[in-house]
Write a protein that binds this ligand. Structure first.
Ligand SMILES: *Cc1c(COP(=O)(O)O)cnc(C)c1O
Length: 229
């Protein structure tokens, strides 16, 4: 693994996708998904210049992240939680993470609101949408605007935008319709007041398909293997 070369390649791919889409390079945030690497490699990617780190399991993160020196001071990178989140883990996740990408039910959002009230903070969240309506996937059904409105109104829960995971495909173009549909839902829901007008961020795109995601409007891409394999 050559981290510096991998990071440069990912950044070049991001820049080209932004150019094709007529977007500014500053419009897209790279989040390094460190779930598969150790504390030393997490430290190394931060030293290489990445300012956003994501983990998908609370327990693993609680073991590993305290061992990353670059995360122990006030100017540390932002920490994103991106995995399925059980309600009994919310308190622990809030103690460590700045942003939660995987708010997939009203009950979870209510628990986050309750815990935020206890500690007197607010947390930025993405609402996960099951864009392909896959039975085994997490997320709000795209038709469930009633519950999404309720999430919007929970105190302490600051909705930044929408998140999705595209169904598996061996071709990046396979994800395009799902990214397009998340961007379209975001537009409609902000226009009709389901979401605040400011909740215009889109967390979508991973190693295999982030260029397509950027072309379709991603503001946050979550990249693991392209950096760490
Ligand atoms: C692992 C993971 C990613 C990164 O996947 P890669 O294909 O390794 O880039 C992105 N999002 C979520 C939710 C993940 O769990």
């Amino acid at each position: 693994m050559n981290l510096t070369a991998n990071l440069k390649r990912v950044r070049d791919r991001m820049a080209h996708a932004c150019m094709r889409a007529g977007r500014g390079r500053g419009d897209v945030t790279l989040i390094a998904v460190t779930k598969s690497v150790d504390a030393a490699t997490t430290q190394a990617i931060i030293e290489a210049g990445v300012r956003h780190i994501a983990e998908n399991r609370q327990q693993d993160a609680d073991e590993k992240l305290p061992q990353v020196p670059a995360l122990q001071h006030s100017k540390r990178p932002l920490l994103h939680f991106i995995g399925p989140l059980q309600r009994n883990k919310v308190k622990r996740v809030l103690a460590r993470f700045d942003v939660i990408h995987s708010v997939d039910s009203l009950e979870l959002a209510q628990e986050i609101g309750k815990r935020c009230a206890e500690i007197g903070r607010e947390v930025g969240v993405f609402i996960e949408v099951n864009v392909a309506s896959e039975a085994q996937k997490h997320g709000f059904d795209p038709g469930n605007t009633q519950d999404i409105r309720k999430v919007r109104d929970i105190k302490g829960v600051h909705v930044l935008g929408l998140m999705c995971m595209a169904p598996y495909s061996d071709n990046p173009e396979g994800a395009r319709p799902y990214f397009k549909s998340l961007a379209e839902l975001s537009r409609q829901w902000r226009e009709s007041g389901v979401l605040p007008v400011t909740a215009d961020h889109l967390s979508m795109g991973m190693s295999g398909d982030f260029e397509v995601a950027i072309e379709e409007g991603a503001t946050h891409i979550r990249v693991g293997s392209a950096l760490f394999d």
